[in-house]
Write a protein that binds this ligand. Structure first.
Ligand code: NAG
Ligand code: NAG
Ligand code: NAG
Ligand code: NAG
Ligand code: NAG
Ligand code: NAG
Ligand code: NAG
Length: 808
């Protein structure tokens, strides 16, 4: 017996005792909402069921779903926007051949509008199609079929034609019509369109609007306008779209769904894991989907973090449940050319809604153009093909930010409030966490965390990739960290495990705060054991300057930052004056402990620690575009787990402490630890992510030489500030520049404890990268992301660094 047949039969066997297991409804009979669990039609192969599904409190929809897993996947709905009452509602096939949905037994909410008296019956077929047909003289005719009125899903063999649209659901939990539509346009091309909540704004985002059709692989000449998915995983259409699932081949169950986030995804069912996995998606970069974050906001995306929306600085979320409504200015005003000005957001763009295009404009000229238009909300300004280009915008929509974007946007605001928008020293405020809200929080139920689930599915799906692979999927494979699904799941766990503890809990866990394991970063750290047996490091903050709400707001964000090279925060306690943070406990303590210990770290561990901590910092700096600066990178804040994997600790705390200091202005603004602090702190220069790069460089030099960076103090001018002239840096530079060969300086500076047991190439790369990091001029330092890249390809990097670092 064929294996697959067994699979086909299994659900049938299980279901038989619970339902009447019929696939047919005859005239004069009905399916009642009252007995929603038993009044269902089941397709002969047992794969699909049709009946009433609860969609809310006492609210039901008539639906068809895959009945193959414990969590049924809905593929069609009759009344997605108008649920019926849980009492007295039913779906009836009338004697004269009309299929009607009655709300509370009275009002007809939906009907097929068919009429035929000869041998009508409603059948749920093996394909998932619900068909109303008549037979006459041995021939059967279709009066109506659910395949012709899809909701958000297409099943194999279900044709999408010019008369039908696929419309996404509102959210993972709300099945009513959402904001995205897959449809055939008059130009014979299959499109994805986004339309806002007020239906006024709409924009096509697929095929990519910035490319011509043929560049998207589409054509316009065939006017038959049909698209269809087959069971092998090919989705093709008459405009030459040809999509191949990553698991191309005969598979039992597939579906193509326009998800609530506007991404079109092809799924197949994994029998073993009993879940749906993504085998293709239209958008590897979800920020390219229009409307995602609404007006006046930016979308950012990171492969392990998912997608985020954040308001333009000085704007606030318009509807806290739904990012689609975007953000609105905190200052409301009527614009006019006399009172308005602009503030700049670097490396950003808004797509669409251009009010003309002006080439060869100066910045001033572009401002003029925008000011002269009442409807101009701001403009895009970029230098491209050796001219400046100016695009005044009537809407600030489809915003994205990424460090590699060429071009800035200028937002129109009242001149009087420019300082409010521009806030000097913005970077130092580390306001990324409080200004950005992770997209998924817009959904009600955190455990049905859409973006994350998709990520998990995608990575699971990719792990099982067998056959042909489309380039897009390959790219995604690369982005999803080579398909490590454990990582993605680990992230989910971490996101939900974050919890609140009582002070009593933590006092008990630490046995009255008796075992102190560290001190610094604004508090004392104790070892403790939580009631569930987990060993934790519990930090008691020294002073509670902060209000509870503020503290929690910061923490909930810090708690979400999750990366294998960042220490994981499990929870917190905010009770009265007490403020405590609960972290995972690190077996091997801090890098500082290990460097000073007799049993030295071997070279392999040292290199891995340098690598790991750079990745942790890169995650803090880049992935969240407004930047979480650490401000206190030092060996004490790099902890080592049982495998000596480096984890950066104490990040984000500078912000929490900053609040307290702001109230008490006699504190200096300097943070950090002597020896590791970048010159900017002392010279009162703007603080950027490069301060962490500097500190990281010092840590690496310490790691390779085993020497402490103790500095010589130099008193500066009348300001009373003191600068540190890095003695370690000078010492290393002198050795490097003074030696006749690379081998010579490597032997001279290497930590003697290593006794020569180290990789020369790695050592050379580390030192060169570190020396770049500790350049006095912050512009000369690489970003931490560049550091990661240089270390990652340390074999090839030698050539590059030889060019970059001319010993000065
Ligand atoms: C689903 O969304 C619609 C439109 O926003 C809303 O009217 C409806 O109440 C929501 N339904 C549920 C069950 O939340
Ligand atoms: C019923 O359907 C059949 C087949 O389409 C058609 O021949 C017949 O005329 C229809 N009867 C009525 C009353 O519409
Ligand atoms: C148009 O597309 C349909 C469906 O894909 C196909 O069957 C037909 O051959 C195409 N016509 C031409 C002229 O290519
Ligand atoms: C903006 O203009 C409208 C209509 O001219 C007026 O009613 C409103 O008060 C003005 N708002 C502000 C903030 O000036
Ligand atoms: C831009 O302006 C400069 C100076 O006015 C002129 O020489 C140049 O030809 C212009 N370029 C274009 C593309 O208009
Ligand atoms: C803007 O309007 C002012 C006065 O209404 C006019 O002098 C100026 O030339 C205009 N500038 C542009 C770029 O249209
Ligand atoms: C904006 O400017 C106006 C006029 O100077 C001022 O009254 C208002 O407080 C400012 N708002 C903010 C948020 O800075």
């Amino acid at each position: 017996m064929d294996f697959r047949i067994l699979f086909l039969l299994l659900p049938l066997l299980f279901q038989a005792p619970f339902s009447s297991s019929t696939n047919t409804l005859l005239p004069g009979s009905s399916l009642s909402v009252k007995s929603a669990t038993s009044d269902v039609l089941v397709s002969p192969n047992g794969v699909f069921s049709a009946g009433f599904k609860a969609v809310g409190e006492n609210a039901f929809c008539f639906a068809i779903w895959f009945a193959i897993s414990s969590d049924p996947t809905i593929v069609w709905m009759a009344n997605r926007d108008q649920p019926v009452n849980g009492r007295g509602s039913k779906l009836s096939l009338t004697k004269n051949g009309n299929l009607v949905l009655l709300d509370a037994g009275r009002v007809t909410l939906w009907s097929t509008g068919t009429r035929n008296i000869s041998a009508v019956k409603l059948q749920l077929e093996d394909t998932g199609n619900l068909v109303l047909r008549t037979s006459e003289g041995g021939q059967s005719f279709t009066l109506w079929e659910s395949f012709k009125s899809p909701t958000d899903t297409l099943l194999p063999q279900q044709k999408l034609t010019m008369d039908t649209d696929v419309v996404s659901s509102k959210s993972q939990t709300n099945y009513s019509s959402g904001y995205y539509k897959l449809y055939w346009d008059d130009d014979n091309v299959l499109h994805l369109l986004c339309h806002g909540p007020d239906r006024q704004l709409s924009s096509v985002y697929w095929p990519y609007p910035w490319l011509k059709y043929f560049e998207n692989g589409r054509s316009t000449y065939n006017n038959s306008k049909t698209a269809v998915l087959n069971s092998f995983g090919v989705f093709s259409s008459s405009d030459d779209l040809f999509v191949l699932a990553s698991d191309y081949g005969e598979k039992l169950h597939r579906r193509l769904t326009l998800d609530p986030d506007g991404n079109l995804r092809l799924y197949s069912f994994d029998m073993k894991k009993s879940t749906w996995v993504v085998t293709w998606q239209a958008f590897p970069k979800p920020c390219d989907i229009h409307g995602t974050c609404g007006p006046n906001s930016f979308c950012t995306y990171h492969h392990s973090f998912g997608q985020r929306c954040s308001c333009i600085h000085g704007f606030k979320m318009a509807n806290h449940r739904d990012w689609f409504y975007g953000c609105e200015p905190e200052v409301k005003w009527n614009n006019s050319r006399e009172i308005d000005g602009f503030f700049r957001v670097a490396n950003a763009e808004f797509y669409g809604y251009d009010r003309g295009f002006f080439q060869n404009q100066t910045l001033k000229g572009c401002e003029e153009v925008c000011l002269n238009l009442t409807e101009c909300k701001g403009f895009q300004f970029k230098f491209e093909d050796s001219v400046y280009k100016c695009y005044p915008k009537t809407q600030l929509l489809n915003g994205q930010r990424a460090s590699n974007f060429n071009g800035d946007v200028y937002i129109r605001v009242p001149k009087a409030n420019l300082s409010f928008y521009e806030k000097p020293g913005k970077e130092i405020e580390l306001d990324c966490p409080s200004k950005s809200v992770i997209l998924t929080t817009a959904y009600k139920k955190p455990h049905e965390n859409a973006t994350l689930m998709v990520l998990v599915w995608v990575s699971v799906g990719l792990a099982g990739m067998e056959f042909v692979c489309v380039a897009v999927v390959l790219c995604f494979l690369y982005l999803t960290r080579n398909g490590k699904d454990e990582k993605a799941q680990g992230y989910m766990l971490a996101a939900t495990r974050f919890q609140e503890f009582t002070y009593a809990d933590l006092r008990k866990a630490t046995r009255g705060f008796c075992e102190e394991i560290g001190n610094g970063g604004g508090g004392t750290v104790f070892k403790g054991m939580l009631s569930d047996g987990r060993v934790a490091a519990i930090k008691r903050m020294r002073e509670a300057h902060q209000g509870e709400a503020e503290f929690l707001a910061e923490l909930s964000i810090i708690g979400r930052l999750n990366h294998m090279n960042l220490i994981e925060m499990w929870g917190y306690c905010a009770e009265g004056k007490h403020r405590l943070l609960v972290y995972e406990y690190m077996e091997h303590g801090s890098l500082a402990d290990n460097l000073s210990a007799d049993h030295a770290l071997d070279w392999e561990k040292r290199f891995a620690i340098a690598m790991g901590s750079s990745k942790g910092l890169a995650y803090l700096h880049d992935e969240c575009l407004e930047w979480v600066l650490h401000c206190d990178v030092k060996p004490d804040n790099i902890l080592l787990d049982s495998d000596y994997q480096a984890k950066v600790a104490d990040f984000g705390l500078s912000k929490i402490q900053n609040r307290g200091e702001a109230h008490n202005s006699s504190f200096s603004r300097i943070r950090g630890t002597r020896g590791y602090m970048a010159p900017e702190w002392v010279y009162n220069l703007p603080i950027t992510s490069k301060v962490d790069v500097y500190s990281y460089g010092i840590v690496v030099l310490e790691l390779v030489t085993g020497r402490k960076p103790t500095g010589v103090q130099i008193v500066i001018g009348g300001g009373g500030g003191t600068a540190e002239h890095g003695r370690l840096v000078t010492w290393v530079r002198e050795k490097v520049n003074g030696a006749s060969t690379t081998e010579a300086w490597i032997e001279e500076i290497a930590d003697p404890i290593l006794e020569g047991n180290f990789d020369r190439n790695e050592m050379e790369v580390l030192v060169k990268v570190a020396l770049q990091c500790v350049e006095e001029d912050k512009e000369a330092r690489p970003t931490i992301r560049q550091v990661v890249e240089m270390l990652q390809c340390h074999e090839d990097v030698r050539a590059i660094t030889d060019v970059l670092i001319k010993p000065s």
